[in-house]
Design a protein around this ligand. Structure first.
Ligand SMILES: *[C@@H]1O[C@H](CO)[C@@H](O)[C@H](O)[C@H]1NC(C)=O
Ligand SMILES: *[C@@H]1O[C@H](CO)[C@@H](O)[C@H](O)[C@H]1NC(C)=O
Ligand SMILES: *[C@@H]1O[C@H](CO)[C@@H](O)[C@H](O)[C@H]1NC(C)=O
Ligand SMILES: *[C@@H]1O[C@H](CO)[C@@H](O)[C@H](O)[C@H]1NC(C)=O
Ligand SMILES: *[C@@H]1O[C@H](CO)[C@@H](O)[C@H](O)[C@H]1NC(C)=O
Ligand SMILES: *[C@@H]1O[C@H](CO)[C@@H](O)[C@H](O)[C@H]1NC(C)=O
Ligand SMILES: *[C@@H]1O[C@H](CO)[C@@H](O)[C@H](O)[C@H]1NC(C)=O
Length: 401
């Protein structure tokens, strides 16, 4: 019942803008709340956050205003024209020349790969660090700008609300339904796969049920895409891990092992609501989101990634090699945005963590002055953490619906 009571407590912090909230009755321990109720609870949280955000925008003196702000939307709410425009822009960046010199990353073949190469290069400095949320906000934003500036896209970066697919990951109308208006579907079915085994230092292994695919993606717009980089650290069903530098040219099909089980276990509406409402400081929020080490949970961040799974989806380093990465990270950013806006005064700027994965090896604390850089993804895009904490200041001017 922790979810229920903390839900109310959190909503109270945004009392001035609070939408109608769960009544005490609905929170009675005697009443089992099903997934639909958690979906409703999530939507209330999102609406409350949006109201706070809108009020702070109206009050802001910066250049971002109600007139120029752009709105990021959930994939399944896009019109056919909007889906098609997004897909075309992604295919365009996959066919644009790379900026990364092949002397540095021999395997890059496209602008899309510039982003994959940057993520591979920096993986151990952007996960379980103080930069995790802001770095990925900046990375996803610059991918969105790439689609716009270099491929004529006029829309915004869509996101994947994991809760909507937790009962069927390849459900019709959702992003993985395999139609021409999807991010492509599952990989070809491979029978009898053992669990994936995730290891993290000396913590107990986390076993993840295999998905319903496993082979090459055969339908939709990305059926023919070439994954060029990786693997670096790719868990295989049964316990082996395929390793490499990830930087050499290694063209292969896009594989997925979409699995409703992992989606349902780690990225359902209950997990999302629980993360937002019961993790009240930035350390807890970002650590539970990524899977608290030793807890046995992979968090909603791992939940989304390992729902996609496959090669490169299951490789923490190379995961942006699957174009669905950016819809997953759109949702990661939205969940942070919701959490921030539910208590803007205390949650806008706090940072916890250092510049190295679980602070190994030891490194300095990340602060608002820490500068991050996304390499050849966007040259000259070094920026201080302080610029990345709000989506309506610094370089940003976007909101979520
Ligand atoms: C609007 O700005 C004023 C002055 O900075 C501040 O006192 C007030 O709390 C702000 N209101 C909102 C809704 O952000
Ligand atoms: C999931 O949805 C797809 C597309 O609507 C359907 O073909 C499939 O049977 C569904 N799977 C389950 C387990 O319901
Ligand atoms: C999968 O396992 C079932 C039951 O053990 C077996 O009948 C089937 O032949 C296996 N299929 C493959 C492709 O190994
Ligand atoms: C993939 O390539 C094959 C053979 O070149 C082609 O027939 C098919 O239309 C392509 N599919 C997509 C989605 O581009
Ligand atoms: C939803 O996720 C939570 C936490 O990840 C998990 O404990 C729970 O069992 C999941 N619910 C379902 C119905 O799978
Ligand atoms: C780094 O952060 C930790 C945890 O918040 C804190 O205990 C420590 O004093 C900080 N170190 C420095 C040098 O500020
Ligand atoms: C990889 O990161 C290092 C800094 O950590 C940087 O010096 C180098 O240029 C990066 N390489 C690429 C290809 O981005």
């Amino acid at each position: 019942m922790r979810v229920c009571s903390s839900l109310n407590a959190t909503l109270l912090t945004g009392a001035a803008y609070a939408a109608p909230v769960t009544t005490d009755d609905a929170c009675s321990p005697a009443i089992e709340r099903d997934i639909n109720e958690f979906q409703a609870a999530f939507e209330e949280l999102a609406a409350t956050a949006k109201a706070v955000h809108t009020a702070s925008l109206a009050n802001s003196t910066g250049t971002c205003t109600v007139d120029n702000i752009v709105i990021r939307k959930e994939w399944s709410t896009l019109s056919s024209t909007e889906k098609s425009a997004y897909i075309d822009a992604v295919l365009c960046v996959q066919n644009s020349a790379a900026l990364t010199p092949t002397s540095l990353i021999p395997g890059v073949r496209s602008r899309f790969d510039d982003f994959v190469g940057t993520h591979i290069n920096q993986t151990l400095n952007i996960h379980y660090t103080g930069t995790f949320l802001a770095w990925h906000r900046w990375f996803t934003y610059n991918y969105e700008q790439l689609l716009k500036n270099e491929c004529g896209y006029t829309g915004t970066q869509p996101y994947w609300n994991w809760g909507l697919t937790a009962d069927n990951t390849t459900k019709s109308g959702q992003l993985f339904d395999g139609s021409e208006l999807s991010m492509s579907g599952n990989g070809e079915f491979i029978a009898n796969k053992s669990d994936l085994q995730l290891t993290l230092g000396s913590y107990p292994i986390v076993y993840l049920p295999a998905g319903d695919g496993g082979g090459c993606v055969t339908s939709g717009p990305f059926a023919n895409m070439s994954v060029n980089l990786g693997p670096v650290s790719l868990p295989l069903n049964g316990g082996d891990v395929e390793t490499g530098t990830g930087l050499d040219y290694n063209p292969r099909c896009l594989e997925r092992d979409l699995g409703t089980e992992v989606n349902a276990l780690y990225a359902n509406f209950t997990s999302i609501v629980d993360l937002i409402t019961s993790r009240t400081n930035i350390y807890d929020f970002q650590t539970w989101m990524q899977g608290y080490p030793g807890s046995g949970s992979i968090g909603v961040h791992g939940g989304g990634h390992f729902t996609i799974a496959g090669n490169p989806g299951a490789d923490v380093f190379t995961s942006p090699g699957d174009p669905a990465f950016y819809l997953h990270h759109g949702m990661i950013d939205r969940v942070w945005w919701i959490w921030q806006n539910l208590d803007l005064e205390t949650r806008q700027n706090p940072i916890s963590g250092t510049g190295t994965f679980l602070n190994y090896p030891e490194s300095a604390n990340t602060t608002l002055d820490t500068v991050i850089d996304i390499g050849y993804a966007v040259l000259g895009a070094s920026i201080a953490m302080s610029e990345l904490m709000s989506t309506i200041s610094g370089p940003f001017c976007y909101t979520y619906e």
